[in-house]
Design a protein around this ligand. Sequence first.
Ligand SMILES: C[S@@+](CC[C@H](N)C(=O)[O-])C[C@H]1O[C@@H](n2cnc3c(N)ncnc32)[C@H](O)[C@@H]1O
Length: 233
Amino acid sequence: MTEDVPPTTLARAESSIGEVALRRRGRHTELIVGGAFVMDTVDVSTEVELAAVALERHPAPRRVLVGGLGLGYTAATVATDDRVRHVAVVEMAEPLVDWARAGLLPTDLDDPRIHLRAADVGEVLVATPGKWDVILLDVDNGPGFLVREENADLYAPAGLRRAVAALAPGGVLAIWSSHVAPELLETLRAVGVGTVEEVLRCVQREGRDLEYAIYLLAGVGSASGRGERSTTQ
Ligand SMILES: C[S@@+](CC[C@H](N)C(=O)[O-])C[C@H]1O[C@@H](n2cnc3c(N)ncnc32)[C@H](O)[C@@H]1O
C-alpha cells in the first residue's frame, strides 16, 4: 500500500518526454515521467512476471530487448536467466538512464550483459529486423493509458508487425498492461503469426483489486507457432 507520507525528490531533470523525477515515499520509490505518475515499488510482481512468462516461452532466449527501463525490475529479472547473453534496455527519458548508471534506481543493473540506451523503442524495433529472441514492452500504463501519445503506434497493427519483424525465428513478444485490453488481444490475433495468449493477474493497491494483463505472442516464425492459448490466471 502507498505510504501516507509526503514524498522526497531524489532526482529530477528535463527529458525529451518532459520532466522525469525519482521520488522516495517512506520505504518506496516512485517514478514520474512527463509530470505523470508512472510506477512505484509497492507491487512490482507483474513487472517481474513480464520477463518471467516471456522467457519461459522461449527455448533458448539469448538476445532480449526491454523497452522501457522504468525502475529496472523487468530488466533485472531478464538478467537472472543464465541463458540470456545480451539485454538491451531502451529508455526514452534520458536522465533515467544516467540515474540507473549512477546506481540511483532500486534495482541492481550492474551486469555486463545489460546495455542501457536512451532511445525510442519504436525506432529500435524498426532498426533491428530479425534480431531479438524476446521483446518486452512496458512503456505505458497499457495501450489505453499512454505515457506519450506517439506510443499508440506500438499497439496498432503496423506497430505490432514491426515488433514481429524485429524477432528472430521462434521469438516471443510480451506487452504489459495495467488493464485488460481486448483491442490489443484482437490486434495480436489479426497479425496472424504465432500463439496469442493473455495472462491476467490481480494486484491489490490501496484496498482495491486491480486486474493487470500481459499479452504474449510466442513462437513467431517457427513451424509450431500457430494457434491460440487461452487466458491464464
Ligand atoms: C512503466 S515504466 C517501465 C517499468 C519497468 N518494466 C520496470 O520493471 O521498472 C515505463 C517506462 O517506459 C519509458 N518510455 C515511454 N515511452 C517510451 C518509448 N517509446 N521508448 C522507450 N521508453 C519509453 C518511460 O519513460 C518509463 O520509464
